[in-house]
Design a protein around this ligand. Sequence first.
Ligand code: DCM
Length: 128
Amino acid sequence: MNERIVVGAALFDEGRLLAARRSAPPELAGGWELPGGKVEPGERCEDALARELREELGVEVEILERVPGQWPLAKGYALRVWKARLRSGVPEPLQDHDELRWLAPDQIWSVEWLAADVPAVTAALEQP
Ligand code: DCM
């Protein structure tokens, strides 16, 4: 049942949330997202999320609880989000992104989130 699922991480460190600015494709470039990506066939969502953050940011993360909800993306994909925290490494924009920013609570809406990520970020912040 992992067809057309995109997983994203609400990665928190010392109360700040990581936002990543996409560098591709052109229609999404410049928009900010919760880092993540597509789940591969047969792959668990949580495993896909850890893999994507390893590939894109060069970090090992601990996947925590799922953020309730699911948000529609293009082409029939849906975005699901998990809270996560760093286990090791310092995030770097290795792939798909050209800038990363740790956002304090009063800075969350200072970046232009991609449309699907707006409700996802809202839900992640509402969760205790
Ligand atoms: N996507 C998104 N928000 C996220 C993660 C991904 O809107 N937090 C979108 C961007 C792409 C699609 O999901 O259209 C697949 O992402 P990727 O190219 O990273 O696999």
